[in-house]
Design a protein around this ligand. Structure first.
Ligand code: ADP
Length: 403
């Protein structure tokens, strides 16, 4: 018997990720992605039943065409074997103030996503293209498309955490507040960590670190998210691959007034040329490359990793005091959190006051999709690596809304 399936679509600024899950048992049947940093060359890869297939496309010059390729040449072909798509879940990076939970997509939801474009100018337009393509190609599913928002996880953080100390009407009239990002990832590892710690979610006091090209950290006290590092947009907070994270806002005026750098260029510098890449003299933003040179203490790589770990440790320290009860654990996830033995060690080493007892053997052995404790059994605060799976959060919300 053919299974009912859920398609999960994550259209980003430079990639599209797509997955097909069984509706009933949450098993992932197909996973694929397309990468198009510049449209000169689009790389598409997907795997089905442990068989990996890939294509390089050179004549595809927009996300519209990438999606057409994925729909006609991958999904419709592979679905002949897999079964029938029953519903589609769309990951939406920014829902602004309009959405506190996942929604079945209708005209109002589309309007709300459009209105939030200024807060996620690279992501929300791509999401809208994805929604419209799917609605057109799968007309029978028009009422079974669900939008799942990264920002929903942060809708209940306290006012003192989401307000900026700016004129209050900026928030009231313009919606300027902390919205957070990576909510699906933080929520997924939060739920998973309950199993590791053998506690119910509502009693968990943890700090979740999503460390990838984009990085963010969230504080969860007694099962409620109480603060997060990303702000109005995903530029605030930790050091990232190419984004600066927290800086003194006066740097912008200084660059503009003293060096005549245009606002457009400053934006480019802060989003595309800063973070690990900037500190590493523009050599690479890829943590794997940077780590190779870490032990050369005069290198940009050494500097970049030290600033990254220092900032991360500073946030963990600050968030640890937000816990209602003592901190249970720090969770590492995302490409760097799941794989970088070095960054996990250098960060925990800086947190002497919290007294993590790192288990070096465990830390060394956990990477490439493995999960587990990297602290010793008698460490009063644990550190755990949990590979993220944002798609499963989407699948569960689709099932709960349409099931
Ligand atoms: P994105 O934010 O684009 O989803 P990812 O979560 O995929 O990013 O993380 C990408 C980052 O993870 C890159 O900096 C990459 O170098 C890093 N990474 C992946 N594997 C490893 C590894 N084995 N060791 C260190 N860093 C790694």
């Amino acid at each position: 018997m053919l299974n009912k399936l859920i398609l999960v679509l994550n259209c980003g600024s430079s990639s599209v990720k797509f997955s097909i899950f069984n509706f009933y048992d949450e098993q992932r049947r197909l996973f694929g992605f397309a990468e198009f940093f510049s449209f000169k060359k689009v790389y598409i890869q997907w795997s089905l039943n442990n068989v990996i297939k890939s294509r390089i496309l050179s004549s595809v010059s927009s996300i519209d065409l990438v999606l057409d390729y994925i729909i006609f040449n991958v999904l419709l072909k592979e679905l002949r074997l897999l079964g029938e798509v029953f519903a589609v879940g769309h990951r939406i990076v920014h829902g602004g103030l309009s959405f506190i939970k996942s929604e079945i997509i209708n005209d109002n939801v589309v309007k709300g996503i459009e209105e939030s474009i200024p807060f996620a100018p690279l992501h929300n337009p791509a999401h809208l293209i994805g929604i419209s393509k799917i609605m057109k190609q799968f007309p029978s599913l028009v009422k079974r498309n669900v939008a799942v928002f990264d920002t929903s996880f942060y809708q209940n953080i306290p006012e003192e955490a989401y307000l900026y100390p700016l004129p209050y009407y900026f928030y009231k009239n313009y919606g300027i507040r902390r919205y957070g990002a990576h909510g699906l990832s933080h929520y997924y590892v939060f739920q998973e960590s309950a199993k590791f710690l053998n506690k119910s979610c509502k009693n968990l006091n943890i700090i979740t670190c999503h460390l990838g090209n984009g990085s963010s950290i969230s504080a969860i006290s007694n099962g409620c998210c109480v603060d997060t590092s990303m702000g109005l947009t995903p530029l605030e907070g930790l050091v990232m691959g190419t984004r600066c994270g927290d800086i003194d806002p006066s740097i912008i005026f200084y660059l503009y007034e003293k060096f005549n750098i245009s606002l457009e260029n400053i934006k480019k510098i802060l989003t595309e040329q800063s973070g690990l890449l900037g500190l590493n003299n523009g050599v690479s933003y890829d943590c794997r490359d940077i780590e190779k040179n870490y032990y050369d203490v005069s290198s940009g790589a050494h500097r970049a990793i030290n600033v990254f770990c220092y900032r991360l440790a500073k946030y963990i320290g600050a968030y640890s005091i937000l816990m209602d009860n003592s901190l249970d654990a720090v969770i590492f996830t995302g490409g760097i959190g799941e794989n970088s033995v070095l960054i996990r060690e250098l960060t925990l080493r800086r947190l002497k006051l919290l007294n993590f007892k790192l288990d070096h053997k465990r830390n060394l052995s956990i990477h490439s999709g493995k999960s587990g404790f990297i602290t010793t059994c008698d460490s009063s605060i644990s550190a755990i690596v949990i590979p993220t799976c944002e798609e499963l959060v989407i699948v569960r919300d689709v099932v709960s809304l349409l099931g």
